[in-house]
Design a protein around this ligand. Structure first.
Ligand code: MEV
Length: 407
């Protein structure tokens, strides 16, 4: 690793000081980092905070969140606090079921092949399950198949889908191994040619659904309730707003995902493809007013996460985060992440519908600005406070104030 970094330094003009910043692999021993991916030259760390007040299915959680954006952890904690008045978050799930796809092209009789594949379902499932006896012994494994004929720009294709219960794993490895193993059977039965054999990240058989009732008095009265419902309606009616609405949800989901060593690209892919499942791009949450005038929120989204395999099992910091969270199964982790996503969305909409998010953001942003302008110790809060008061959170002003207060 050191040798590689030296070479990169030579090629790019990185100073010793700059190169040193990469040496901190953030809770991951360098030799472990070196084995995790290729061409490793160091690491990049993110701050990990803990969100408080989360009461989910009657259990209290301290939630680790790794993110670079100020306000997210505070907003989640604050939303979770308000949700407690009416009992916190209730979350259900559909179980850890993933889909592996096998693409077959140049099939002479696609619908006949589809029928043949379905008639040989047991042979396909047996072959798939041979690949992972441990998963099968724990009650998981390939449970069913689905075969569809799609029309593509290259003509019809037969798509065979393995429906696999992946237990406490996210499932990427198990699913891909099984999809590859059954491909020769699929070729034999269809007479076509198999190309892709891969998991689908549209994990719509692995859904979580979180809901919470927010007491109208606890959240700022009727106007806040109406503001959040209108904000939801805006997202429902306009994809430009909806992208940002869903981004706010993912602020929470991904921060917990990073802390707990999850494949966050899979989570993003699943979320946004699910958001478009009915043709148009829609919010992953809904917000309504109930008969008592309280605010009711629900979030439904795919949540493909795991506790075995991947970084969750190897990265020491991720392991520590999972211990802090105290979840025992992948399902429990998914449920917590859904609650955090809902809380985050509520916090954003509440702030946006009232004073806007900039005031809260600016306070934290001002601290960062003060530090980059050279403030240390008590000077950080002094400079930041002054900038917020003046509503001038700018680098040039921070520099002036640092100079003035340092004298
Ligand atoms: C910022 O990271 C997230 C928000 O933009 C989300 C939203 O607009 O709902 C505040």
């Amino acid at each position: 690793m050191a040798e590689r970094l030296k070479l990169v330094q030579k090629l790019t003009g990185l100073t010793d000081e700059e190169a040193k910043t990469l040496g901190n692999t953030g809770g991951l021993p360098p030799e472990m980092a070196d084995r995790m991916i290729e061409n490793v030259i160091g690491g990049i760390t993110l701050p990990m905070g803990v969100a408080t007040n989360f009461l989910i299915n009657g259990k209290d959680y301290l939630v680790p969140m790794a993110i670079e954006e100020p306000s997210v952890v505070a907003a989640a904690s604050n939303a979770a606090k308000m949700s407690r008045v009416k009992g916190g978050f209730r979350v259900t799930n559909t179980g850890p079921v993933m889909v592996g796809q096998i693409q077959t092209v140049e099939v002479k009789d696609p619908y006949g092949a589809r029928m043949d594949l379905m008639l040989h379902k047991q042979e396909i499932l047996d072959k798939a399950n041979e690949q992972d006896p441990v998963l099968v012994s724990l009650g998981g494994g390939a449970k069913d198949i689905n075969v569809k004929v799609i029309s593509s720009v290259k003509g019809p294709m037969v798509i065979t889908e393995l429906i696999i219960s992946t237990g406490d794993a996210m499932g990427g490895n198990a699913v891909n191994t099984m999809a590859e193993a059954v491909a020769p059977i699929v070729e034999r039965l269809t007479g076509g040619k198999v190309y892709l054999r891969i998991i689908s990240n549209l994990a719509d058989r692995r859904l979580v659904r979180a809901s919470a009732v927010f007491d109208k008095e606890a959240i700022g009265g009727e106007e806040t309730v109406d503001g959040v419902v209108y904000a939801y309606a805006f997202a429902e009616g306009d994809p430009y707003r909806c992208a940002t609405h869903n981004k706010g949800i993912m602020n929470g989901v991904i921060a917990v995902g990073i802390a707990c060593g999850q494949d966050i690209r899979a989570l993003e892919a699943g979320a946004h493809s699910y958001a478009v499942k009915n043709g148009g791009y829609k919010p992953l949450t809904t917000w309504e007013k109930n008969e008592k005038g309280d605010l009711v929120g629900t979030l439904e989204m795919p949540m493909a996460v795991g506790l075995i395999g991947g970084a969750a099992r190897v990265h020491p910091a991720a392991k520590a985060a999972i211990k802090i969270l105290g979840v025992k199964t992948a399902i429990e982790l998914a449920e917590v992440m859904a609650a955090v996503g809902l809380a985050q969305n509520f916090a954003a909409l509440r702030a946006l519908a009232a004073e806007g998010i900039q005031r809260g953001h600016m306070k934290l942003h001002a601290r960062n600005m003060a530090i980059s302008a050279g403030a240390t110790g008590s000077l950080v809060d002094l400079v930041a406070g002054k900038m917020v008061e003046e509503r001038k959170v700018r680098f040039d002003r921070a520099k002036e104030l640092v100079e003035r207060f340092s004298k």
